[in-house]
Design a protein around this ligand. Structure first.
Ligand code: NAI
Length: 462
């Protein structure tokens, strides 16, 4: 069978990016992927299809709520669910075939099938065993299960089933107020479903800036989602068309039941390493089922590397991509680098929510002196014109040096605005540097500059 410098297992954002970079580094590369199309969870059943549905449902929301005010008359459109699914599938297709094109362009071979690693330097796919000087494991993650809850992907679904429901449900219960629960919950709420989110903790989106959490919950409530907080789900009883979600309120131990046509279980994901044969190879794993790697993404077995959701860190496509590039450089004998302190996180609801770096809480916990500069989109002309003034930008800086330590944005285009702060942080910039940079008017990014100004002498438009 063929012999390669590098075989990457898994073609998600971590794996395919790693393969392309390795080929650009002059290595002979193959990717093993068992799915019918390339791109992994993100392109096929995650980031990309959910963004199509978020976009479509946002358009409907705009038509229903803001068109008349802007002088756009006529009946708001109704939902053609079948066509919306076609649009979603087309979007997936364009992206997955794009990766196939990039593989051909970069001479990366696609070995179709599911891989195992029978020995160092060997990758088995079906009956074929391929030689590989180096192996990168990029097999991603899968939804974690919840005791007492059986997923059928029809009535009780994970994100996978939630993206392809037969119809928009009348009533949906979402278990878990994390990224997946809120993104998909807001899609179905905008398409007309009654959506109740049941969350174990007392705040939504754990780990986020506390003010963002509060404002975000307020906005989502205004959009029609209801929240039951501090509730531990005990079990879900489901028939072919309905379900009952049994939960206990933590404050008084009382038992409750919520009825639903569809239950979305969104309580986290876990690394996916089934069938690779890592045990037999003696690859060290953490207690949480993650593959342990050193500072060069190499496992305890020489020549076998791991990146993305199967290792420690946030389960984010772009984190996996950065690790893919770095690992491909290491394998090619170069220096690989990922700045884990500057990895943005984005929730693609409307408004978007984005963050990077430290939170006020993490700085307090570390006993660091900091200042916060905040600016509301209420003071941003463009946001007001676009019915998008709900939200703010907050920048955190070192109290002594003014160096930017983190940023938290809820508002229009937050997922794009955050990168201005990411670049500033990469260059070790101060808030004053950001504030002195001319920002075009009228743009949402003026709010970032104003928040930077608020770290010093003060914002102008507040
Ligand atoms: P998550 O970790 O973001 O949120 C899970 C939520 O479920 C938490 O709030 C947790 O407190 C709650 N929970 C856990 N057990 C519960 C129970 N028994 N009853 C009630 N609530 C319970 O997990 P999620 O949303 O499933 O996402 C999984 C991963 O996928 C995350 O790491 C996320 O970063 C990633 N992802 C990222 C996206 C993005 O960047 N936009 C989009 C989708 C997923």
């Amino acid at each position: 069978m063929a012999s390669y410098d590098l075989i990457v297992i898994g073609s998600g954002p971590g794996g395919y990016v790693c393969a392309i970079r390795a080929a650009q580094n002059g290595l002979k590369v193959a990717v093993v992927e068992g799915r019918e199309t390339l791109g992994g969870t993100c392109l096929n059943i995650g980031c990309i299809p959910s963004k199509a549905l978020l976009h479509a449902s946002h358009m409907l929301h705009e038509a229903e709520h803001n068109f008349a005010t802007m002088g756009l008359k006529g009946k708001a459109p109704s939902v053609d669910w079948k066509q919306m699914q076609t649009y979603k599938m087309d979007t997936i297709g364009q992206n997955t075939s794009g990766i196939e094109f990039l593989f051909k362009k970069n001479k990366v071979d696609w070995i179709k099938g599911w891989a195992s690693v029978p020995a160092t330097g060997k990758v088995k796919v079906g009956d074929d065993v391929h030689d590989a000087k180096n192996i990168v494991i990029a097999t991603g993650s899968e939804p974690s299960s919840l005791p007492g809850v059986e997923v059928d992907e029809k009535v009780v679904v994970t994100s996978t089933g939630a993206l392809e429901l037969g119809k928009v449900p009348r009533r949906m219960v979402v278990i878990g107020a994390g990224v997946i629960g809120l993104e998909l919950g807001s899609v179905y709420a905008r398409l007309g479903a009654e959506v109740e989110v049941i969350e174990f903790l007392d705040a939504i989106t754990p780990g986020m800036d506390a003010e963002v959490q509060k404002q975000f919950k307020k906005i989502l409530t205004k959009q029609g989602l209801t929240f039951t907080m501090g509730a531990a789900v005990q079990k879900v009883e489901a028939t072919k068309t309905k379900a009952k979600v049994h939960y206990k309120l933590r404050k008084d131990d009382s038992d409750h039941v919520a009825d639903a046509d569809v239950v979305l279980v969104a309580t986290g994901r876990k690394p996916y390493t089934d069938g690779l044969g890592l045990d037999a190879l003696g690859i060290e794993m953490s207690e949480r089922g993650q593959i342990k790697v050193d500072a060069h993404w190499q496992t305890n077995v020489k020549g076998i590397y791991a990146i993305g959701d199967v290792i420690d860190g946030p389960m984010l496509a772009h984190k996996a991509e950065d690790e893919g590039v770095a690992a491909a450089d290491v394998v090619a004998g170069k220096h690989g680098h990922v700045n884990y302190g500057v990895i943005p996180g984005v929730i693609y609801t409307h408004p978007e929510v984005a963050n990077v770096g430290e939170t006020e809480q993490s700085l307090k916990d570390a006993g660091r002196a900091f200042k916060a500069g905040k600016f509301s989109f209420m003071g941003n002309g463009r946001a007001k014109a676009n019915f998008a003034a709900d939200g703010f930008v907050k920048i955190l800086v070192d109290a002594e040096t003014d160096r930017i330590l983190g940023a938290h944005i809820i508002g229009p285009g937050a997922g794009d605005l955050i990168h201005e702060v990411c670049v500033a942080m990469e260059f070790g910039a101060s808030a004053e540097d950001l504030a002195m940079t001319c920002h075009a008017h009228p743009t949402y990014s003026e709010a970032v500059r104003e928040a930077a100004l608020a770290c010093g002498q003060g914002a102008i438009h507040m």
